[in-house]
Ligand binder design. Structure first.
Ligand SMILES: [Zn+2]
Length: 79
């Protein structure tokens, strides 16, 4: 199992842990939760311009899929 370093205290924790064992920062993995907002806006704009709900869903879902791929190794911490 791979290890990650907490950005706050530098403690090495197992990848998959949701709380730092050193400073109790909350660890998040994958795409940030706000990523759906710009995807929805861009999808709505293009969907409206194209007059197609399929364009909206295509961009939105495709964007979410791309984001989860791009951010698959992303780790963030907050406390
Ligand atoms: Zn920590």
């Amino acid at each position: 199992m791979s290890m990650i370093d907490c950005p706050y205290c530098g403690t090495s924790i197992h990848h998959g842990y949701t709380v730092c064992t050193g400073c109790h920062a909350v660890i998040e993995y994958g795409p940030p939760k706000w990523i759906g907002v710009p995807l929805m806006l861009v999808g709505a704009l293009i969907g409206l311009a194209a007059g197609s709900w399929m364009a909206f869903f295509g961009i939105f879902l495709g964007g979410l899929f791309a984001a989860s791929y791009l951010f698959r190794n992303s780790v963030r911490a907050s406390r």
